[in-house]
Design a protein around this ligand. Structure first.
Ligand code: FAD
Length: 390
């Protein structure tokens, strides 16, 4: 019974579940896992200090202190080492007080060289380099359980869904609105899967491991959440393949010749993968969207909604979650930009321009989604069987 759950075409996409699982398992996942460890892809810059535009009065900015007070000495940002720094009192609710929520900023500065600075119409962040940007090594900050739950986390997801991409009814025919909802839901599934796949099982012994019950409760028991994960994966994969010309010629220089050659080689293996091209040449067909009379208006409306979602990431009250939230929303915004902001060959003037950070976000997002798809494929059926018996 499990195997019939996810058969046939992934909804609104051009590949079936079995093909996605086999191409992902055999080629995409191994390649992406290597790519994200290269110096080019492992450093990401983000503005992590909070300036939530939606809820200014709830003490969010205390969180900056919270994260610092829990860090080991060598991670203290310089300004906080000054003697007049006020240590927050114990009675403040410190959302990100847990060490696993804080960001390790250890970084090889040589690895980061500037690319162009260009605005992404789908996201809220101003990507211009400035003193507020933090550069982080993603490998030292895996996306996993951080202890961030409760009303703060709930409020973000509620705002994302109710105000910016409401769940469509079964009669909804507007394809574009469905796409936005499914992208966010698919990303949410992926975040939940990573939380459950790397969970703090026992705080006293610092034992980390899989939490199958959580994975079932949050994702596996809802077929639409799993389906939306596959959809989001194919959508982002299509964006990467559509940007092949750009990504092939991009500058992956980080100052380490050997590592950089490896990055270029892995990128080519991803972009010109014969197995992927044979099995799933067009993971998603973006040409079908924005065709109706109200296309341009609709695009503007959905772009505005996505920018709001991007702005909401500044309100995420746990630094590591904010880091991954920002990265993945920028990755989705980059996919949307590639698929919908550039019209293709007949509009040569509007050629694709991506920032370095956008490319890093896009590939890291694809890797996160690829991991989630693999976890669901490999562990899903056995977890479901156990949970359904309970
Ligand atoms: P939530 O995951 O908070 O879900 C809230 C509600 O949304 C659910 O009750 C359900 O109605 C709906 N929903 C849930 N999943 C889906 C879906 N796939 N599609 C559609 N609707 C859905 N916590 C960590 O430990 N580590 C992290 O790295 C992390 N990153 C985060 C990043 C962001 C941007 C945000 C907003 C939160 C993050 N969190 C993280 C918190 C985490 O996502 C949960 O909010 C938290 O664990 C509480 O979970 P919950 O069971 O209340 O449900």
């Amino acid at each position: 019974q499990d195997s019939v759950k996810y058969t046939g075409m992934v909804e609104d996409c051009c590949c079936d579940y079995e093909t996605v699982d086999s191409v992902n398992g055999e080629v995409l996942h191994p390649l992406l896992q290597q790519l994200v460890t290269t110096p080019f892809f492992r450093y990401f810059k983000a503005k992590l200090w909070c300036d939530c535009p939606f809820w200014p009065d709830d003490g969010m900015c205390r969180l900056r202190d919270c994260s610092v007070c829990e860090c080991p000495e060598n991670e203290f940002p310089e300004p906080f080492k000054k003697p007049f720094h006020i240590v927050p009192s114990d009675d403040l609710m410190c959302q990100e007080g847990k060490p696993e929520a804080t960001v390790d900023r250890t970084l090889d500065k040589r690895a980061f060289r500037g690319w162009i600075e260009t605005d992404n119409p789908w996201t809220n962040d101003d990507e211009t380099d400035n003193g507020e940007m933090t550069y982080v090594n993603l490998l030292l900050n895996p996306e996993r359980y951080t202890g961030y739950t409760g009303p703060s986390a709930r409020r973000i997801w509620d705002a994302v869904y109710t105000e910016n991409c409401p769940k469509y009814s079964s009669g909804e025919i507007c394809q574009e609105k469905k796409v936005l909802y499914k992208l966010i839901s698919g990303l949410h599934s992926s975040i939940s899967i990573h939380i459950a796949a790397d969970y703090l099982l026992d705080e006293s012994t610092n034992l980390w491991g899989k939490n199958p019950e959580l994975m079932y409760d949050r994702v596996l028991r809802y077929q639409d959440r799993v389906r939306n994960l596959y959809f989001t994966f194919l959508f982002v994969l299509r964006a990467v393949t559509k940007a092949t010309d750009y990504l092939e010629q991009a500058e992956y220089d980080t100052g380490n010749h050997e590592d950089d050659l490896k990055t270029v080689s892995l990128m080519k293996q991803l972009l010109y993968n014969p197995k992927l091209q044979a099995a799933c040449p067009l993971p998603f067909d973006e040409a079908k969207l924005w065709q109706g009379q109200s296309g341009p208006e609709l695009k503007q409306q959905i772009q505005e909604q996505f920018r709001n979602i991007s702005a909401l990431m500044d309100c995420v009250g746990c630094e590591k979650c904010r880091l991954w939230g920002k990265l993945q929303v920028l990755g989705l915004g980059t996919a949307l930009k590639i698929l919908f902001s550039v019209e293709g060959q007949n509009h040569a003037a509007q050629s694709l321009q991506l920032q370095r950070n956008e490319v890093i976000a896009l590939v890291n997002l694809l890797n996160r989604l690829s991991e989630s798809v693999k976890i669901v494929h490999e562990m899903g059926p056995s977890i479901e069987k156990i949970m359904e018996k309970k």
